[in-house]
Design a protein. Sequence first.
Lengths: 82, 167
Amino acid sequence: MARMNREATARRLLERPPPPVPPGLHAEAVRRGARILRRRTLVRRATWLLMLAAAVAFTVWALTVRPWVEPPSETTPPLTGW
Amino acid sequence: MRPRHASRDLCRAREFEAFVAGAGGRLLHAATLLTAEAPGDNPRARRLLTLALAHTYASWDRLRGEDPYDVTRQHLATRFAHGTWRRRGGLLRSRAHPESPLARLTPQERLVLVLRLHEGVAEEQTAALLGLPAERVRTVFHRAMAVLLSPPRKPAAAVGGVETVPS
């Protein structure tokens, strides 16, 4: 019971007259929010572009170097029993 | 594609405007309590709220049934917590306005008190939001209540007494 009373008193202390809402709050929030959205879109596009570029570069490199082909032998096997 | 985009943008703008008109006052009150500024002069609370609202606007399409009020409040709380953590002991203490009932509390005590009492967030949810154990939240809440409900002179005298004894 005492706890409820304490909480009610504290709540009353917090319930002061609320501050007036500034008139530009909504416009400013929308402006900043739109900027966040634009930046996110930009980052997403840049990431996709980077990934695409990496994929293309890898394909070109693989097709020119052909790392899966066995390299020609540079040493001749020793000739024994001739 | 274009017209659908445009109509969706328009719909979002209208919904967001209604949300700000409805919840802005209450959120600003909570923010002003957090920063312990005077109701008429609360630049820090306004900045906090604007950023939180901008974040809500940016994620408006991805809310998926989540309450935008909860999202904004959560953002407000975490941003305030990070901000105070970054400049602990710096400018922040001096900014607390004596007119605010929470001026004598630390930022963390204010945060817990506002969330639990003013916003009515449950103890477990507050703990999850702040990344603290529930027991810690309870302790901070009780301490904040004790400071808030004690007469203004008393805690200062007690602190002074404790400080003079060891020396």
